[in-house]
Design a protein around this ligand. Sequence first.
Ligand SMILES: [Zn+2]
Length: 197
Amino acid sequence: MKTILIFGITVITSNPLLAESTRQLESHEHGVGQLEVAIEGQKIAIDLHAPGADIVGFEYVAESSKDRKAVDTAITILGKPLDLFLISSDAKCSVMQAAAKLESDDEHDEHDEHDEHDEHDEHDEHDEHQEKSAHTEFHASYILNCMNIAAMTEIKFAYFDLFPNAKELEVQMISDVGAFTFEIEREEPTLDLIGKL
Ligand SMILES: [Zn+2]
């Protein structure tokens, strides 16, 4: 497992604003990432899970220097939430915490059941040297503080420009006024927040 903590702050394992995620790697669909957003007062906690296929275009273990560089570059990009999720500067948001890492399902024994029965044709390119379950995901967590959060009327997802293989983000959002779900697609990468904060 490759772990890089941006700013040296560990936030991956404990994010008080977000409920414990019960997702599992084998459930992911290539092209589709998950974004959890919790807004409380002027704080925004964001949790992103995206298939390795979406972020770097592969899910095997990076061994060549080219692949390792791709992973490192992706983690660097994922460490800059305000470049991924564009918010009006009027909202005066700053990044309090940001962390990104690559997770593979080698570390999750409970996923071993999806081995030979895995019928995902799109994974055929993964060579024989790989573990039987070769899914990976990038996981990033952020906490933003927005001094004037009322000015945050929308979020534009530059994420799709930065990661050409990503097609969709399934967004679950909790704010002071309720819970919402959205499907943000590459073709229309904007989340309208009017009336939802
Ligand atoms: Zn996968």
